[in-house]
Design a protein around this ligand. Structure first.
Ligand code: TYD
Length: 136
């Protein structure tokens, strides 16, 4: 399984500025049911440190930059998000950590499901145990 699922988004902007549109099943492979964004992250404050059992997410750094470390239990991959015209697709069972948010960072996340705490795996050892029972 590849962990680096960056998708380039079409830039519809012109000399008046940038414009990017994201449509379900056209630009991203799921129906958008929830949107959240994180911003004003204090310096040197990491976030994430969990996996989702089922949730599919698409992350776009619409301002500033941050680093995303992804881990499927076998491999780890770190990528930088620093463009409003690309996003990172993350399917279920990916342990992720987010680091090095710039002070102007706004990370927009599109999700295929509503918020369910029961979908979270917040313990890394439990995550590793579960990945060993899943055939990739
Ligand atoms: P969490 O997903 O743990 O944050 P991060 O991965 O960015 O470190 O969420 C932080 C808190 O916000 C947690 O108590 C759950 C709550 N939350 C919601 O209520 N709805 C949501 O859509 C999200 C993403 C989080």
């Amino acid at each position: 399984m590849t962990l680096n699922k960056k998708i380039k988004l079409k830039q519809l902007g012109d000399r008046r500025g940038n414009l990017v549109a994201i449509e379900s099943h056209i630009d991203i492979p799921f129906d958008i049911k929830r949107v959240y964004y994180i911003y004003n992250i204090p310096e040197s404050t990491p976030r994430g440190f969990h996996a989702h059992k089922e949730l599919h997410q698409f992350l776009i750094c619409v301002s500033g930059s941050c680093k995303i470390l992804m881990d499927d239990g076998l491999q780890k991959h770190e990528t930088i998000l620093d463009s409003g015209s690309e996003g990172l697709f993350m399917d279920g069972m990916i342990w992720h950590e987010m680091h090095d948010f710039t002070s102007d960072c706004v990370l927009l996340v599109l999700c295929n499901e509503l918020y369910y705490e029961s979908d979270y795996i917040r313990d890394y050892n439990e995550f590793l145990k579960l990945t060993k029972t899943i055939v990739k």
